[in-house]
Design a protein around this ligand. Structure first.
Ligand SMILES: Cc1cc2nc3c(=O)[nH]c(=O)nc-3n(C[C@H](O)[C@H](O)[C@H](O)COP(=O)(O)OP(=O)(O)OC[C@H]3O[C@@H](n4cnc5c(N)ncnc54)[C@H](O)[C@@H]3O)c2cc1C
Ligand SMILES: NC(=O)c1ccc[n+]([C@@H]2O[C@H](COP(=O)([O-])OP(=O)(O)OC[C@H]3O[C@@H](n4cnc5c(N)ncnc54)[C@H](OP(=O)(O)O)[C@@H]3O)[C@@H](O)[C@H]2O)c1
Length: 302
């Protein structure tokens, strides 16, 4: 498999020039009064396969805002099938024709020229269907508000971190890895990457290379639908199998010990529920308002 993505420096850097009709204040969500909600531009897309891509989006009048790796923002595109907003309705300011979806930021906060998003095309998906039609240079809405608490904030330095992603759930982990690598944030970092097919392991080459070079990083991809005769000698099956304590220890050399370990789960809600249930049996606790010191952290994509 040959994912096309390279983590090399972003190609399209440089001056941010507002397009005509766009605010230079940098904070407007497009020009709603003109019915134009777009405030950003797709500057690059890297197609890993026909249904998986990395989209790089730049604000037209602003650099990328500060954020913590693991956070998300919203992208929006006009729904061509929706009726135009009624100019007399207060709802028009909210951009009723705009379809918005949340996306984890896959780039690092140090990159100010754009934000990157790792996205899968969902069959019959309303937003991703529109997104897939875009080419570099096309306008898009990107929210300035960065949201989310799925970050490494509050996790003490020097723990063992286990990051479990299904599909595009690896996006925020890619941001965390690139941001915190060599900072002492973790003792060991185990990345479990669960995908249907080998060609869906979008960061495979880069993660394999990083794990080869950095003894603190262990990368363990697993595929679920690859035919038995495929040229794949790695793990098969859903990520739960790997989270079984003995198997986990055998494959990674790390013990799933709630005293030394924090687990981050991202992607399929069913995976998150099942993995959490298994981890609770080992003494892990899901972090929430009542248990801020919990050692299971998650981001559900739907
Ligand atoms: C906080 C947050 C962060 C997110 N970050 C990402 C991201 O970084 N990358 C990304 O691809 N998606 C991400 N999503 C999902 C994204 O918001 C959309 O739901 C998704 O792109 C589908 O939109 P759609 O309109 O095409 O499909 P819809 O018509 O909204 O269909 C939704 C259905 O598609 C499936 N689905 C949605 N997202 C995924 C996914 N990522 N992988 C597999 N199946 C999925 C589910 O069955 C879901 O019920 C995130 C969601 C949340 C809440
Ligand atoms: N991936 C593609 O090649 C492709 C191509 C065209 C369209 N799409 C679209 O993309 C969407 C799916 O994208 P995706 O493959 O990235 O995501 P996904 O369906 O979430 O699958 C990603 C991985 O998560 C696994 N998984 C699912 N439920 C799980 C659970 N409860 N516990 C543990 N692991 C679990 C899947 O295993 P299982 O295989 O066992 O479910 C798979 O290995 C589909 O809606 C489809 O419309 C994908």
């Amino acid at each position: 498999m040959e994912p096309h993505y390279s983590p090399a420096k972003p190609k399209a850097e440089g001056k941010i020039v507002p397009r005509p009709g766009h605010s230079s204040s940098g904070k407007l969500d497009g020009d709603m009064t003109q019915g134009n909600p777009y405030n950003a531009t797709l500057i690059e897309r890297e197609d890993i396969n026909e249904a998986l891509a990395i989209f790089k989006v730049r604000f037209d009048s602003d650099e990328a805002p500060d954020f913590e790796p693991g956070q998300f923002t919203t992208l929006g595109l006009i729904d061509p099938d929706a009726p135009p907003p009624n100019p007399n309705s207060p709802a028009r300011r909210k951009g009723t024709r705009l379809i918005r979806r949340a996306y984890s930021i896959a780039s690092s906060p140090g990159i100010k020229s754009h934000l990157a998003f790792y996205v899968v095309h969902v069959d019959d998906g309303k937003f991703t269907h529109l997104l897939w039609k875009l080419k570099p240079g096309d306008p898009i809405f990107m929210d300035h508000k960065i949201k989310g608490t799925f970050t490494l904030d509050g996790i003490p330095d020097g723990m063992d971190l286990v990051m479990v992603g299904t599909g595009t759930g690896m996006g925020p982990f890619w941001s965390m890895l690139n941001t915190y690598r060599n900072t002492g944030k973790w003792r060991r970092l185990v990345l479990l990457d669960g995908c249907r097919y080998i060609q869906d392991l979008g960061y495979y080459d880069q993660l394999t290379k990083i794990a080869d070079e950095d003894g603190s990083v262990i990368y363990l991809p697993t595929v679920t639908r690859e035919p038995g005769d495929a040229p794949w000698t790695g793990q098969r099956g859903r990520v739960h199998g790997i989270l079984e304590p003995e198997q986990f220890n055998k494959l990674t050399g790390v013990t799933l010990d709630p005293k030394r370990c924090h687990v981050l789960l991202c992607g399929s809600p069913q995976m998150i529920d099942q993995a959490s249930e298994n981890l609770h049996k080992l003494g892990f606790v899901t972090q929430d308002r009542d248990r801020p010191d919990g050692n299971i952290h998650f981001e559900r994509y739907w």
